[in-house]
Design a protein around this ligand. Structure first.
Ligand code: GLA
Length: 461
């Protein structure tokens, strides 16, 4: 008898297989039966790695962003949607303070570390950092080392979050670890505090993104996008609102297959350009801290104060400091005016998209998504020929509402809202045109707007 055949024997008095299937249906909808196969295989692998006993199953999803790109670290607006592709983490507490990690994917070899008041990070790029970071942050918050556990990660294709595709696989892994540590520490987390903790945990492993990815991974609701105002109020709370996705359409994700691994410098240069814009605008508008503060100012008045291009060294010579930003060389050309224009216009597009979704004006949503892509490509310069080719192919199908790159850029995915009746035609057409234009294969899949991270269930194996 395989381990998975035995997993439910301790759940007497109910039908545990049906119960788990019910839980998976709430999360994955019609995909529950295939997920059951994945969950069972993961439980088998856990038992093989750590032996029989109780297991907790946690999950955290990846995301796409409908609109609102590179606005989060400017305290702007975003509208992300969770994928039903997720990181699954199986865990069992240990009492000796040793965290042990295994992964169903062989390239991630086992790791271990001790919980303590000060957990050192492993070398940059080591996958245990995605557990060390949340363990450290939660330890700091709770004032005592978090409980350790034996963990097994299952995030392989096709169910896992594609890696390096701009759909937040690292945030999903961080969030899954954080949710597990929090559960065993009996910390009842709230959305904003946990999202911040996870964001800080990613800083610990060396990335400097905003808070969008962690918020959507934690707070997503099935069938909905999440409107998030990335400006905290004085109590540190954030305004969020679930936004239903339009009926009759599917949100399709087109993965270009292009993986840009070394984009941190480019990312930080964009952050630097925005900070430079704020510093320069502050001369006329003392008190502003983020580009969000100038959302209601006339663009023509703003742009007059922003240079087209300036280097960090030139800014510094003029008394402008940009704060802590690793990997931005002194002579990096910062395109301050164009970057600020993207953020300023993108924030307006997000709010207009909310209105258009509210009035079910889907063609209007489509044209806002198209404009967002143009702005990302021309002003923020984060597109690639492959992403552009996907947007062109997507727009060739009648009735498709917009196409834009999603996520940080420099590779990854494009999204489109596609009428349900045209999904097959769309996928065939885009796949064919993309491979003709670029010689590459696109992976096209629907975003089913799944729910946020949490404990799925606990069973015995
Ligand atoms: C990355 C970051 C996010 C956000 C996007 C761009 O995914 O992690 O915080 O800045 O890029 O919108």
């Amino acid at each position: 008898m395989s381990a998975s055949a035995k997993i439910f024997q301790h759940n007497r008095g109910s039908n545990p297989v049906a119960q788990l299937l019910g839980e998976l249906t709430e999360i994955y909808g019609s995909g529950a039966a295939t997920q059951m196969v994945r969950y069972r295989a993961a439980l088998d692998a856990f038992r093989a790695a750590y032996g029989p006993g109780p297991v907790h199953l946690f999950r955290a999803p990846g995301r796409v962003n409908l609109i609102g790109e590179h606005t989060d670290y400017n305290h702007g607006y975003v509208l992300p949607v969770a994928l039903d592709r997720d990181v699954l983490l199986l865990a069992r507490p240990r009492s000796d303070g040793q965290v042990r990690l295994a992964n169903v994917e062989g390239d991630f070899t086992p790791r271990s570390f001790a919980v303590s008041d000060a957990i050192p990070s492993a070398v940059a790029g080591d996958w245990s950092n995605y557990a060390r970071g949340p363990a450290q942050e939660l330890t700091r918050l709770l004032g005592a080392p978090v409980p350790a556990f034996d963990g097994l990660v299952s995030a392989a294709p096709p169910f896992g979050v594609p890696r390096g595709a701009g759909v937040s696989s690292s945030s999903a892994l961080t969030v899954a670890m954080a949710v597990a540590f929090a559960h065993f520490a009996d910390w009842k987390w709230k959305g904003a505090e946990m999202a911040r903790l996870c964001s800080d945990a990613e800083w610990y492993v060396g990335t400097r993104g905003g808070i969008m990815d962690q918020f959507i991974a934690l707070l997503a609701e099935r069938g909905h996008a999440l409107f998030l105002d990335c400006r905290p109020d004085s109590a540190g709370n954030f305004r969020t609102r679930p936004i239903p996705l339009p009926a009759g359409y599917r949100l399709l994700v087109m993965d270009s297959g292009v993986r840009h691994t070394n984009t941190r410098n480019e990312f930080n240069q964009r952050v630097a350009a925005c900070r430079a814009g704020v510093a320069l605008l502050r001369r006329e508008m003392p008190g502003i801290t983020h580009l969000r503060d100038v959302e209601n100012a006339e663009w023509t008045l703003l742009e007059a104060q922003l240079p087209e291009e300036v280097s960090v060294a030139q800014l510094r010579a003029g008394g402008v400091e940009l704060g802590d930003l690793p990997n931005v060389p002194d002579d990096a050309p910062l395109r301050v005016r164009a970057c600020c224009r993207h953020v300023w216009t993108e924030n307006r597009r997000v709010l207009e998209t909310l209105d258009a979704l509210g009035s079910n004006d889907i063609p209007r949503v489509g044209s806002l998504l198209d404009d967002a892509h143009t702005s990302a490509a021309e002003d923020y310069r984060i597109s690639t020929p492959e992403l552009d080719a996907l947007t062109v192919a997507a727009r060739q199908i009648d009735g498709v509402a917009g196409a834009r790159l999603t996520g940080a850029g420099w590779g990854g995915c494009v999204i489109s809202l596609v009428p349900e009746a045209q999904v097959d035609e769309f996928a065939t057409h885009v796949g064919r045109v993309y491979s003709r234009e670029t010689g590459r294969e696109a992976t096209i899949f629907p975003c089913s707007a799944g729910p946020g991270a949490g404990l799925v269930t606990a069973v015995d194996v």
